[in-house]
Design a protein around this ligand. Structure first.
Ligand code: 5GP
Length: 189
């Protein structure tokens, strides 16, 4: 693994597409490291500062933005999110791939950054499945759900800009497809 070149693996997709689960499974692999993003949204129940996100005030986020600390950033669902340069540098030093779960605007910025990237867009099998998944997750209120669903169309239209589109019809199947794309050995099940 020592002479492998680390790359940025970008994972995007509509809300409740399964991209977070994919991200969690990938970062558990030995070839992979991760970067903790910063956000101005409030923590959900069970989320831990510094693990799930660095939860920042708008003032702190802006201060860091002006100081050039973000590799990319975007406003999503009315909140700010960004990848910290220091986090990526920390993760890249050990020659691992870094999997970033970021929105379509951030993905565009990283593709233009000159860093080696592989981008993956996760599609839900159908709009109904997506709505049901979001409901059963139960972490968003009606207003927040409506806000998230309203940008799905725009997000899905951006899938053509990605290197690979993968469909989450069966999670384990999709995971194997992604591992193959990234050149990772298949794990024993
Ligand atoms: P959530 O609030 O559900 O954790 O994330 C909402 C959206 O923000 C998701 O589409 C997620 O991919 C995106 N996101 C999370 N972290 C980052 C980041 O560092 N940069 C960008 N551009 N988007 C992010």
């Amino acid at each position: 693994m020592s002479n492998r070149e680390g790359k940025l693996v970008i994972v995007s997709g509509p809300t409740a597409s399964g991209k977070s689960t994919l991200w969690r499974r990938l970062v558990a692999r030995p070839e992979v490291s991760f970067s903790t993003s910063a956000t101005t949204r409030k923590p959900r129940e069970g989320e831990v500062d510094g693990r799930d996100y660095f939860f920042l005030s708008s003032e702190e986020f802006n201060r860091r933005l002006e100081a050039g600390e973000f590799l990319e950033h975007a406003e999503v669902h009315g909140r700010f999110y960004g990848t910290l340069r220091a986090e990526v540098e920390r993760a890249l030093t050990d020659g691992k791939d870094i999997v970033l779960e970021i929105d379509i605007q951030g993905a565009e910025q990283l593709r233009r950054s000159g860093l080696p990237t592989v981008s993956l867009f996760v599609m839900p099998p159908s709009p109904e499945v997506l709505r049901n998944r979001l409901r059963s997750r139960g972490t968003e209120n009606e207003e927040e759900m409506a806000r998230r669903l309203s940008i799905v169309e725009k997000e899905v239209a951006a899938r053509h800009d990605y290197d690979h589109v993968v469909v989450n019809d069966d999670f384990e199947r999709m995971l194997r497809e992604v591992e193959e794309i990234l050149g990772y050995s298949q794990q024993e099940v």
